[in-house]
Design a protein around this ligand. Structure first.
Ligand SMILES: [Ca+2]
Ligand SMILES: [Ca+2]
Ligand SMILES: [Ca+2]
Length: 451
């Protein structure tokens, strides 16, 4: 009885609403019409015609001016391309006789330009820039003098090297007293980790980023208590590229990186909340479907944390394997012939030598592969490249290869073939880690496929 009453009172309201809508629609043409006269006068009215003629005249003049400007520009571009070409690699184009005949000016500029380039490439005349307080030095052409830049917040040193009118490259040193992970720092510069390639700067593992609108490339590295950004203006001039390569080859980190004291050698993060203290954080218990208030969800005497870290399903008693469930997926890397298990809800980014497995809230595990420059023992590579004190740390095995784990437990390294494999758990800018058991699970699952 009550419902029909409500309905009948609703329908008049609806029809009134419809009416209002229809009314509005009908008013639109009126509004439109009230605006139309303005258009009419301009477009087709009597006074419109002379205006149209004038317009055409103006358009004609503009077109002539633009065409003229374009021709001047084209002529200038032509002269410009003919001009500097002879100055390009002197050794590559020695017999090109063309420029002198086509452009008499080239005869005058060519020797001068060549001299200039030869001077730049004369490494014996390069100067040394030494910054012992900031643990680096490098060599650079005398023609590119250095200029100190203003130090902004948390920058401890900033220096630019300039040719006549261009800042060719600059080096910025950031204080890293908080011992921030290099990748986390680069990520905090709004650079996606998958757009980085690994780069070794003065024997330190770093990254190169070529995404600066194609006008810049950056190299990032960490040494001691500092983070370094080297920023270069890209150039199509092969001489400039040669100079950059030479500068990077001479770049050296200097002084002993301040040795970390034992406290600093400990993990720099807190484990995230684990309500039942079973080794799986509350976030992980969600991922694996276990009970965050019950240490042994399936009652088989193994804790949830132990089960996940050893690739067992914490919700099924007995020997049910994690990868037989829909809780995880397997990633296969065909280029480097490995596979690894990761939580189903995580995103896979990148490929080849740098693959990220990322939780929707940002933490990720990265598998990074870089060339092994002749090292036979992973501890030697670690000692030479990363410098932490790993003497007391136990060996572990990943995919049957002898591996070493960093003191902060976030990185595992091993040698396979011609490459160094790194498995890196990155907690980004967090100070707690949600996925240590998952990271251990992934390390355990990592397999190299023989063919
Ligand atoms: Ca737990
Ligand atoms: Ca649990
Ligand atoms: Ca269990």
């Amino acid at each position: 009885m009550h419902q029909p009453g409500e309905q009948s009172s609703a329908s008049p309201f609806q029809s009134a609403k419809n009416l209002a809508e229809n009314f509005e629609v009908r008013t639109m043409p009126l509004k439109f019409l009230s605006m139309r006269p303005n258009f009419k006068i301009g477009k087709t009215g009597e006074p419109g015609k002379p205006l149209g003629l004038k317009k055409n005249l103006i358009i004609g003049i503009v077109v002539i001016i633009v065409l003229g400007a374009l021709m001047v520009l084209a002529a200038w571009l032509f002269l410009r391309t003919v001009g500097p070409q002879p100055a390009s690699p002197t050794t590559v184009l020695p017999d090109v006789a063309l420029p002198a005949a086509v452009n008499p000016a080239a005869e005058a500029t060519q020797p001068e330009k060549n001299q200039e380039s030869e001077q730049l490439l004369n490494f014996d005349s390069w100067l040394t820039y030494d910054a012992p307080d900031f643990n680096f030095n490098l060599k650079y052409p005398a023609e590119w003098p250095s200029a100190q830049l203003e130090n902004r917040a948390n920058i401890s040193h900033s220096i630019a090297f300039k040719s006549k009118d261009l800042e060719q490259f600059k080096i910025t040193v950031f204080n890293n007293n908080q011992n921030q992970n290099l990748l986390a720092w680069v990520e905090s510069l709004a650079i996606l980790p998958e757009s980085l390639e690994s780069y070794t700067l003065s024997n330190q593992p770093g990254y190169i980023y070529r995404g600066g609108f194609e006008k810049l490339f950056n190299i990032y590295a960490a040494y001691g208590n500092n983070l370094y950004s080297l920023e270069f203006q890209t150039s199509e001039d092969p001489i400039v590229s040669q100079i950059y390569n030479q500068i990077l080859a001479t770049f050296q980190f200097t002084g002993e990186p301040e040795s970390l004291n034992p406290e600093e050698n400990q993990p720099q993060f807190m484990p995230a909340k684990d309500s039942d203290l079973d080794g799986l954080t509350d976030r992980e218990e969600e991922i694996y479907g276990s009970d965050k208030l019950l240490p042994d969800s399936d009652g088989d005497s193994y804790t949830d944390g132990d089960e996940v870290a050893n690739l067992y399903n914490p919700t099924i008693a007995g020997s049910a394997r994690l990868y037989e469930s829909s809780l995880v997926a397997t990633y296969v890397n065909p280029k480097y012939n490995y596979n690894i298990v990761y939580p189903m809800g995580w995103q896979v980014k990148g490929g080849d030598d740098s693959v990220l497995f990322q939780d929707p809230q940002g933490e990720f595990v990265q598998v990074l592969i870089q060339p092994n420059n002749g090292y036979l023992a992973i501890r030697d590579w670690y000692g030479d490249n990363l410098g932490d004190n790993i003497d007391g740390l136990p060996d572990l095995k990943v995919a049957d290869q002898l591996a070493v784990r960093s003191p902060d437990a976030l990185r595992v390294y091993f040698i396979f073939g011609d490459n160094i494999y790194s498995l890196i758990y990155n907690i980004g800018l967090r100070n707690d880690a949600n996925f240590m058991a998952t990271f251990n699970m992934m390390i355990k699952s990592f397999k190299l496929m023989s063919s």
